[in-house]
Design a protein around this ligand. Structure first.
Ligand code: ADP
Ligand code: MG
Length: 272
């Protein structure tokens, strides 16, 4: 196997996207807590190009969710700026950014279609338009005939599809995903990864996907950003130059293995 040192380091400038859609600079975050301040994120700078599939990978507790919440406008950073389409993100803006979390978080008393349509209902979109758009999104995620089912009638993978449909229903250019498949069994998780890539290529969204799985990161990404243990910093970034569509067989290949090893070298716990 090729030693790591022979892999060309990929520096920021080399993959600076032509058309940035997300620009983060000088991002820092400290949580106050009873046991003293928790420095969660340190000096994060990143640029995401339009239409890219960017995966952020890092150990548990390194600040991935915090970063995503800030990109979504759901939490305010201590310092630094976040721009999306050239304008600061300060509050949730579902026209610019959709979010999918690890738990599908569906309302149990609403059918799949009403769950998907819920963000539109909040904004006073007419009933007919809500139904049409929610239906189109359910079709997109492969659940065209399950709109009338309640969450308890759906499998874990189906619930996550509904959650993706809901994240896309306002047609935001950016979709943020925080370990969306972590609660699924391995087979379903693989299938959902493929499904997500299909949806991504059909919609040309920009996706920022957070995971602690090295394999999932390499399988999905155009570009992987690696975060260190807390305080989270971006310690490496790499292009995944595997052709698309990605296939299961690629996972056993040398390129895949080298990239996964390189991530592992960065995130494995330092020897004590
Ligand atoms: N509301 C909070 N108050 C205090 N500490 C928090 C809070 N949320 C997260 N943290 C801490 O910040 C760090 C990063 O958390 P998080 O962003 O959830 O990491 P990850 O998603 O990578 O597992 C962790 O040490 C966590 O305990
Ligand atoms: Mg998390």
């Amino acid at each position: 196997m090729q030693p790591l040192a022979e892999l060309k380091p990929v520096v920021d400038e080399a993959i600076a996207p032509e058309r940035p859609i997300i620009q983060v600079s000088g991002l820092d975050h400290v949580y106050p807590s009873r046991d003293g301040p928790v420095h969660a994120l340190s000096d994060i700078a990143l640029t995401v190009g339009e239409g890219r599939f960017v995966v952020i990978v890092g150990p548990s507790g390194c600040g991935k969710s915090s970063l995503l919440m800030m990109l979504a406008g759901l939490r305010h950073q201590t310092a630094g700026t976040i721009l999306c389409s050239g304008r600061p993100i300060t509050d949730p803006d579902p026209d610019r950014v959709g979010v999918v979390f690890q738990e599908a978080n569906l309302f149990p008393w609403l059918t799949a279609i009403d769950n998907v349509a819920f963000p539109l209902a909040l904004r006073g979109v007419s009933r007919a338009e809500r139904a049409a758009r929610a239906n189109a999104m359910l079709e997109l995620v492969g659940l065209g005939d399950a709109g009338g089912r309640y969450p308890h009638e759906l499998s874990g993978g189906m619930k996550q599809r509904v959650s993706i449909a809901r994240g896309l229903v306002q047609d935001p250019p950016v979709l943020l995903m925080d370990e969306p498949f972590a609660a699924l069994d391995e087979q379903t998780r693989m299938a959902m990864g493929e499904e997500l890539l299909r949806i991504w290529s059909a919609t040309r969204k920009t996706v920022v996907f957070v995971t602690h799985s090295l394999t999932e990161a390499v399988y999905l990404a155009d570009e992987v950003l690696v975060m260190s243990a807390r305080p989270g910093r971006i310690v490496d970034r790499m292009e995944v130059e595997l052709p698309r569509p990605r296939t299961y067989e690629m996972m056993a290949g040398a390129v895949f293995g080298r990239l996964r090893d390189r991530i592992w070298q960065q995130i494995k716990a330092p020897a004590r």
